[in-house]
Ligand binder design. Sequence first.
Ligand SMILES: Nc1ncnc2c1ncn2[C@@H]1O[C@H](COP(=O)(O)OP(=O)(O)O)[C@@H](O)[C@H]1O
Ligand SMILES: O=C(O)[C@@H](O)C(=O)COP(=O)(O)O
Length: 417
Amino acid sequence: MPLLGCIADDSTGATDLAAMLVANGMTTVQVIGVPQGPMPDADAIVVALKSRTTPAADAVAESLAACEALLAAGAKQIFFKYCSTFDSTDEGNIGPVADALLKRLQSGFAIACPAFPANNRSIYMGHLFVGQALLNESGMENHPLTPMKDANLVRVLSRQTEGGVGLVPFPVVEEGAAAIRREFTRLKEAGRRYAITDAVTDAHLRMLGEACAEHALITGGSGVAMGLPDNFRAKGLLPERGDAASLPPPRGAMAVVAGSCSRATLGQIGLARDHVPTLELDALANPDAQALVKEALGWVEGKLSEERPVVIAASAPPDKVAALQQKLGREAAGTLVEHAIAGIAQALVERGVGRLVVAGGETSGAVVQKLGVTSLRIGPQIDPGVPWTYAEPGGLHLALKSGNFGARDFFLKAFAA
Ligand SMILES: Nc1ncnc2c1ncn2[C@@H]1O[C@H](COP(=O)(O)OP(=O)(O)O)[C@@H](O)[C@H]1O
Ligand SMILES: O=C(O)[C@@H](O)C(=O)COP(=O)(O)O
């Protein structure tokens, strides 16, 4: 019976969270889409949706269905995982989904904490930083689907919910769990439904996790989940365990497919280009998913190997993304590239690829759907937030890389891991 039931708004976010729970000693299974049949046996279940950029009403309905399945399986606490860069628009989907989950859980208060110091996301006085840059100056202001143009999370979340949004500021978080709990009570009494919580270090996240032990709903990035296993241990519900990750040995050819246009991914493609066969598709010149798949399959012939990966990317810098969006519309441009990358991934697996890295959250969602993956076992981390996983059915080794995660040599080091 799961202790923690998690709902993630995209696939890379789900593996990121699952890896965090595994690293902190919870056995964890990731399931793709709203669970239909019997639930796997694990301390935590992470349901991976593709609800970050769908219409808010659809995201709410899917998240509620996932919540229902997790509660029916016995989950004692629900975690709503969104991006550490708070990817969303004024229409949602963070606010609407959190509102609906709180209502379902008959609760009136939750934290909202995307901080993830291991990946350079910190929150100070309610402002989200990526490294030393404010969110809106970090490159995320150019995201193809969820451009983030405001770093003040109290303001950002306030635009997505009718519930009041307050702040647990740095000095309170520094004081520890008891002070944080007192601030929660004060904010609740002042009519706030959400608390953005400052956090700059892992120690802050652990104290926040401790302070949320009795919350029905926790919302945030994977970082704040690091403190939750200890809450279950303190109640005698979870045995002491080390790292709970192990996978069958990898086999088959190696490939990377990328639909992420984030700065980190563009840098990783840049480095890979100097070391392994790399195809950069031009979706602007050739805005046809089938044609892009055909081009990629022609190029890859004779290049697949068990010694080094091939890289196939549709990723493009902001001006090219903007041009395609102007031509087709934002959603259609995204969907076209997602279909192309998913089609390429499927064809690569049919041609013997057994180890596949996918770069991009929406892109990963499209790929796992196309491959018919129903669940992922979580293995060792390649870089913070990106583990190898074992996809079933089919037995493919998959790494779903969030756009902005991973070192510059990620596409090479993943296969050495
Ligand atoms: N050349 C391009 N022009 C327009 N959109 C693109 C292009 N390449 C990729 N995209 C789209 O950009 C989006 C990137 O989102 P995602 O996969 O979530 O990456 P990230 O993890 O970096 O946010 C996807 O919908 C993808 O299809
Ligand atoms: O929290 C994070 O940053 C990631 O887990 C995540 O959600 C990534 O989303 P994408 O950048 O769309 O891959």
